[in-house]
Design a protein around this ligand. Structure first.
Ligand SMILES: Nc1ncnc2c1ncn2[C@@H]1O[C@H](COP(=O)(O)OP(=O)(O)O)[C@@H](O)[C@H]1O
Ligand SMILES: [Mg+2]
Length: 338
């Protein structure tokens, strides 16, 4: 049984999102044991784990300035490095890079090259590390970024990371506070396509999104907003109500989505991630605007069955690779409360 023990190490928010008790029941019927990992206790006595599914974004971000979080992360990393047969969903370095928009936007723009044939792109953007307005203005000009610009914090995780602004002119750039990214706003008819990936599967759901804006630059006050107000399933904001009647664009082609997910999966080396895609209303180009670590999978009823089948395929693969003799034996530690 211990060879099929899967540890879940989730943030409080994630724990509220996922009904781990229901998932554990489903797993038990497939002889897969699910235990909740307590990060502040030695992992050794909670294991051995064949797989650990985790979302440690809070801990990774906090570890930058908080020694207790750093300690938790060190303990976790220590366990992982001394248990090379434990499969991490997903690898820490791959996840960490997505917490930094400077890094994730570089990945998105590289992706454009490999996906050009599919007419998949990502909007032009700038990394802003200075508060010198004239330098920012020059950079915007020389990079040829078109207004409106959407300004997002460099850190992509935590409540403040969803505070964004729409800037309409060179003068408005005084409200871009570093470190942040400035990205050209793409009119997309207020429809967001959220792509949720689980191993080899992916699922797409539609969400509300920001309305169209006339191409700038022009005099208009910067609009400050929180992305949760605009792109959650329940979002209802004046910013998502289109000002004009527009015919709905056809949804992104399934084949293009398959190509996008295949490429990203290989590039990131991750199994649990999400991609936000919009369709440019003028060119119909699929445009990637965000990549998310272990997203909420809201609106994906197949999430549990898909996650279980991914875990089972990891376990099957592992059983082929790890001979029985070298497998860790069953622990005496009690199972964490679920
Ligand atoms: N370049 C863009 N063009 C048009 N709309 C955008 C662009 N970038 C973001 N948005 C809008 O802002 C929302 C939040 O942006 P996103 O980068 O996904 O941040 P978050 O990390 O908060 O999800 C998106 O869901 C979309 O509605
Ligand atoms: Mg997003």
């Amino acid at each position: 049984m211990s060879r099929r023990r899967v540890g879940f190490c989730l943030s409080d928010k994630k724990r509220r999102q996922i009904n781990l008790v229901a998932f554990a029941e489903l797993c038990a019927s497939h002889s897969v044991e699910v235990v909740e990992v307590n990060l502040s206790q030695p992992l050794e006595s909670q294991g051995p784990f064949a797989v650990i599914v985790h979302k440690l974004s809070d801990v990774i971000v906090k570890a930058e300035y908080d020694s207790q979080s750093q300690q938790l992360l060190d303990n976790f990393q220590g366990y992982v490095s001394t248990h090379p047969h434990t499969v991490l969903l997903d690898p820490l370095p791959a996840m960490s890079q997505l917490l930094d928009r400077f890094a994730s936007y570089r990945i998105m723009s590289q992706l454009q090259n490999s996906l050009r044939d599919w007419r998949i792109s990502s909007p032009p953007y700038l990394e802003i590390s200075t508060s010198d307005l004239s330098v920012i203005q020059q950079d915007v000009e020389s990079k040829g970024l078109s207004f409106p610009l959407i300004c997002k914090t460099r850190v992509a995780h935590g409540s403040c990371s969803h505070d964004m602004s729409l800037i309409f002119s060179m003068a408005g750039l005084s409200e871009a506070h570093p470190p942040c990214v400035l990205q050209s706003f793409v009119n997309h008819g207020a429809v967001l396509h959220k792509v949720f990936v689980v191993g080899e599967d992916h699922f797409t759901v539609e969400r509300p999104s920001l309305k169209n804006f006339p191409p700038g630059p022009y005099e208009r006050k910067t609009i400050f907003f929180n992305s949760h107000e605009v792109s959650k399933p329940e979002s209802c904001s004046h910013l998502t109500a289109l000002d004009e009647e527009v015919s709905r664009l056809p949804p992104p082609s399934g084949e293009a989505m398959v190509a996008l997910v295949r490429e990203l999966r290989a590039e990131l080396g991750m199994a649990l991630f999400g991609v936000d895609v919009i369709v440019n209303i003028n060119t119909h180009t699929l445009t990637i605007i965000d990549i998310n670590i272990f997203p909420g999978y809201e609106g994906v009823p197949q999430f549990f069955s898909s996650l279980l089948s991914h875990i089972e395929s990891v376990l099957d693969h592992q059983e082929l690779k790890v001979p029985q003799a070298t497998c860790p034996s069953a622990p005496s530690a009690p199972q964490a409360d679920l």
